[in-house]
Design a binder for this molecule. Structure first.
Ligand code: TRP
Length: 381
């Protein structure tokens, strides 16, 4: 779309994204107060920051899924990660929400690690790298608090025997023209990449296939992944499976003011990696783009602009633990009471604490990570 100022596809996020417009372009539904209230009621607990602060803002068919759950029909969660390097804090958005949902509702979680996808779609990555990062990323994900007994992992290169019988069926339903149009592939794109979306669909149907009964699926993901799941939803009923419901988040802006915290096309300073040493974390935060004014005097007088600030985005997504703290930071920022240097100092303290706790949890998760990887098909066909 040449006159759009932004681009969002699973393989590219560029420009200043107008998220409401994007939602309209994709044809998804607004995540409004009514649905949030329903979830609050079902969960029997306060909603997490990701839901109260508008990070998740769009969905497909969440209502019927929640009604089904309330009437005794459990669903499962599915989300994933394409390993191309270390995880950064914005990658936690989906898994944080899944942990909360798993704990509150006692549901199963399926995680896909697509070490094939990034090898096919990104130039310059070796197989050794995508496989290595796949495992490293998995430790980070599991460490967020998943329940070992209810969490299952499809690690594409290692789980292919489990995925393939269903991938065979899925792939036959997806025309090449759809893939080409939806993902913007070029005639020179390798055929692995062309096939890949079939594999990203499989986990959404897998439990239903494995158990021979219809089990609803909920996929929390960045709105950039919606094109994959439009394909999934289009073919679901033809294969006899329920269409998965989706919950979409905004992308977390990068530390240098980019649309997304991504390092594709930007420098490593754009993102806070979970394996950054404390000194690097500090430098990145100190150098980060803010919504502040040119001088202290101006900022005291006019206040700053949280909406464009990469530091405020970090408070918003996970580091302001309570809504009260978050509202306070926002108010002080806008009024000019809080200067960017002090705000960064406060944030740093929280980030350091999270890194320490995460490191510990990650070591523990390593002990059981292997046991979650699904390697066998439930049956040959
Ligand atoms: N394609 C996703 C990525 O690039 C990885 C992924 C696989 C995924 N399955 C998913 C993401 C399900 C969200 C939900 O990172």
């Amino acid at each position: 779309m040449p006159d759009e100022e932004f681009v969002v596809t699973p393989y590219e996020v560029r420009g200043r994204v107008d998220y409401d417009r994007l939602r309209e372009m994709f044809g998804t539904q607004t995540l409004g107060p009514e649905l949030l209230a329903k979830l609050h009621h079902i969960a029997g607990a306060d909603l997490p920051p990701l839901l109260t602060r508008g990070i998740y803002y769009s969905h497909r068919d969440l209502g019927p899924l929640l009604d089904g759950f309330a009437n005794g029909k459990p669903f499962f969660l599915y989300s994933g990660r394409g390993p191309s390097g270390p995880m950064h804090t914005s990658h936690l958005v989906h898994f944080d929400l899944c942990v909360w949902l798993q704990r509150r509702l006692g549901v199963r979680m399926y995680i896909q690690i697509t070490d094939d996808e990034k090898y096919w779609s990104r130039a310059g990555l070796t197989r050794e790298e995508t496989a290595k990062w796949g495992l490293e990323n998995l430790y980070d994900i599991l460490a967020l608090g998943f329940d070992p007994k209810r969490t299952h992992v499809f690690f594409d290169s290692r789980s292919i025997a489990a995925l393939y019988p269903l991938a065979i069926r899925v792939a036959r339903k997806i025309p090449y023209s759809t893939v080409k149009a939806v993902f913007g592939l070029e005639p020179s794109s390798n055929i692995g990449w062309v096939f890949f979306t079939a594999l990203q669909t499989v986990p959404a149907f897998w439990p239903s296939w494995a158990e021979g009964t219809s089990i609803p699926c909920l996929i929390p993901c960045g709105i950039d992944q919606d094109p994959h799941f439009r394909v999934t939803r289009d073919i679901a009923e033809g294969l006899g499976y329920p269409k998965p419901a989706l919950l979409h988040s905004r992308m977390v802006p990068g530390l240098q003011g980019d649309a997304a915290m991504s390092t594709t096309g930007a420098t490593a300073d754009n993102a806070l990696f979970l394996n950054d040493p404390p000194k690097t974390v500090e430098r990145k935060i100190r150098d980060a783009f803010t919504g502040g004014r040119a001088t202290v005097e101006e900022q005291r007088r006019l206040g700053a602009t949280p909406e464009i600030c990469s530091i405020w985005a970090l408070w918003r997504t996970r580091f302001a633990e309570t809504d009260q703290k978050f509202d306070e930071i926002t108010r002080q920022c806008r009024s000019g009471e809080l200067l960017c240097g002090d705000c960064k100092g406060q944030l740093l303290e929280r980030v350091h604490r999270f890194y320490r706790e995460h490191e510990e949890a990650r070591e523990k998760a390593k002990a059981w990570a292997e046991s979650t990887i699904v390697t066998a098909a439930p049956r040959p066909l």
